[in-house]
Ligand binder design. Sequence first.
Ligand code: GCV
Length: 639
Amino acid sequence: MARSKLWLDYRPVPAFPACLRRVTAALRSPLGQTAHRELLQGIFALSGIEAVDAAADPCRLLLQETDETGEGFRLTAEGPGWTLSGSGAGLLYGVFSLLEQVACSKPLQERSSAPRYPLRMLDHWDNGDGSIERGYAGRSFFFADGRLLLSARTTEYARLLASCGLNGCCINNVNVKGAALGLLTGEQDAALDALSRTLDAYHVGLWISVSFAAPMEQGGLPTADPQDPAVQRWWRNTVDRLYRAVPLLRGFLVKADSEGRPGPHSYGRSQAEGANLLARALQPYGGMLLWRCFVYNCAQDWRDPQTDRARAQCDAFLPLDGAFDNNVLLQVKNGPMDFQIREPVSPLLGRLQHTNTILEFQLTQEYTGQQQHVCCLLDMLREVLDFPFPDGSVAERISAVCAVSNTGDDENWCGHDLAAANLYGFGRLCWDPSAEVSSILRDWSHLTFGLSKSVTAAVTEIQLRSRRVYERYTAPLGLGWLCAPGHHYGPSPEGYEYDRWGTYHRATHLAIGVERGPGGSGFASQYPPPLDALYGSPDTCPEELLLFFHRLPFAHRLRDGRTLLQTIYDDHFEGYEEAEALEALWHSLRGAVPEAVFQRVCVRFREQLRSAREWRDVINSWLYRLTLIPDEKGRQIWL
Ligand code: GCV
């Protein structure tokens, strides 16, 4: 079956603007040419007519490449005609935006638009052997059998990224292993260079993940100590060679001192000393270093009540604020733990004052249904971006945004057809963090399924309700980590309880949760006032995060008068019923969306309901067996 073009599958629209039938262009760069080609192809797909070049006709579109270097564009009316102007990159984004307006049947309007962040990227957790860590959409399209791949799909991928405003990708797993280690040794230089050029044709920059221990693993040195002159020389020489061979490379991404990865702590050095070592090697080439803050003790003793994993990132990085070189971006996950369906925003994002940060979000649905469950993550991203720290929202405080990609070589790219909205919407929110999620979803539905009002309404409703539904049957009141260890799919409430990962609920027959207020680990006090007090007390803590921050008795009353336990029972019973309602909404679309897509999503809904039922029954039975308190409404709980 042909590969899906996702939201780029333009089809003829009823009211195609007459002035777009004539196009004239004044271009200077290869990117400008790409923009022109995309425009002509798009016009043909949307109108069925080849645009003619008619410079003299006032009713025409002029594509005007300007000298500026930014990525923004302007669309201006000139009598009956229009001019789209910008740099080559600006024109490319402007063309995709214009085609999108037409495909969504929106009238042309004068406007200027520029991205909020200079770097908007996807991180792939692809391994050299073609597998993808936490990948739910097939195998890698960057690697197979230890080799880098370059195919038509690479260009399609770059187009997809550019069309939703993204401009970078890191192609390999932050857990660098196997053949991916060879990305630094020179054997892949020619292939990397070719890949970087293919991506660059759509203004997508290439990044690679590297191992902090590379001087030992590939260089044969006895140490990777950042203060060792031989290590510094090794990185300089390696980067020099790499940039001679791959001049378009944008930089490195590093996971150090994290989940068994090597890092500067092994040598008694700080995260800043480690990061600056690589940053200084990259600096002469304008290269950037993305240094992850996902540093915590993953060999914790569950008996130890003092260590709280949620605290780890602020504890490690706040004392180093200002110590990182200018070409370092600290990469901070959206929450303090690890991509759960509900977490508070990481306090680190609100505390660093003198260090550039890149927000890391997870599109691949590791903890959010693994692209078997529909789970639209865009509201969550908006919540993070909007989160009001006292000296500015997250959107105002960060310098860049990235997300772990949800793509693979499946014909529909993301495994679940509805998960493509997460990819598209991520790009739109990186461009404009104030964009309305519902309008992004409507656009995505129009572009994917056409202009039918009933299809748009149903698809948008499914997407908008899906996160809360998933949350209700998997993570009540902010309680995460009830999933099965290892693969993280399905319920296993005691699965992580006696393990080393620091993810405990410590449930007894009386109470549940880890206290993170002033009487507990003090994590809440890592937030600046007044957020510290807000989260620090169960009386003011937002209820959706109550069990993230507090240990509470099952008899604790919530604001609506229900007990904690009854609320958890209700969430599981009702969450399952709501999942059934989402499936019914999808079933109402039979015949209105392509049959193959309809069937694929039906299969996913069947699995979602099976799994949601399992979540409901396992969690409810577990809590009933602990507390012996029945459901007030007498619904079935299994003994
Ligand atoms: C790439 C979680 C995932 C790991 C992932 C890690 C990370 O722990 O389960 O697969 O490793 O996050 O973000 O580095």
